[in-house]
Design a binder for this molecule. Sequence first.
Ligand SMILES: Cc1ncc(COP(=O)(O)O)c(C=O)c1O
Length: 339
Amino acid sequence: MAAFFAQGPCRLRPHFKAHKTPEIARRQLAAGSCTGLTCATVGEAEVAAAFCDDLLIANEVVTAAKCARVSALAAHVHVTAAVDSLAGLDALSSAARAAGTRVGVLVDLNVGQGRCGVEPGEAALTLATRAAQSEGIELRGVMGYEGHLQPVRDRAERESRTREAMQWLVRTAALIRNSGLPCPVVSAGGTGTYDISGRVEGITEIQAGSYALMDTDYGSVGVPFEPAFWVLGTVVSRPTRDRCVADCGHKSMTKDHGYPAVRGIPGAVVTSLNDEHATISLPPESTVKIGDLVELLPSHVDPTINLHDVFYVVERDEVVDIWPIAGRGYPDQRAAILS
Ligand SMILES: Cc1ncc(COP(=O)(O)O)c(C=O)c1O
């Protein structure tokens, strides 16, 4: 990913939410081509501020308490948050004024996902104008996440729809600049569209995250990244020749993007998950037995990692390190548990 972004004007802003793990984020930044990190939550930004001085919270932050935390961070690092409402803008502005800091904002546009975001064009310009006039706020640009296009399997369709979505962003950025306001940042993209959005003229940074560790869902989209993590379970039952059960279920992996895949056992397929069980169908000749370890490749990286406290880092079957998943939240409570 770093090599791809070394070749164009667009930069990479890896999304910390995918793994919430400082050791991985440090490696992503060290690999180069980065302009900072993307975060989804204020808590992630607080953790990331210890090792990165340019953070984008690519999400709306609206409560007084969270805006105060963002404003406090702005005293130490360059911090930018997404806004899509006057209410959100006013909340950030009040908090920044109270803290005596300046918080950057990107006007969040709906580029087709239908989640957060104002409509491109005049509505975005109105909010950008208000942002430029708000005390404690620095208008830094626009963002728009084409999340609905990340999983489009057909490459040609993904390309054409992504380019179209990016035009909404680029044109709105031009509208803002033509009205005399600054709009240096145009932020978008994810693992499924990084090489499409990242080559659209006018897009300045890409917020991809899953690429670093991958999951089976992105594995079927045809992006050139390999899975780097899995959940390790133990076979606790082999009740029939064509079935075994491992001791890891919903509490270890999510299935919102489908069941996990089984690594290294030909013909093995997860057929159901319960709280503490993964039921796996096996070819009858399989030699899998009680006590064996099974490696399960999750279908969705972010929420699966969010279920765990640490990564066990493995080189050639040996655990060589343990990395805290420190961005999950409640850092003080977690530090106490891990110490
Ligand atoms: C706002 C935003 N930007 C970017 C991403 C891209 O992340 P990924 O590369 O993991 O798809 C996401 C993922 O959900 C997101 O919500």
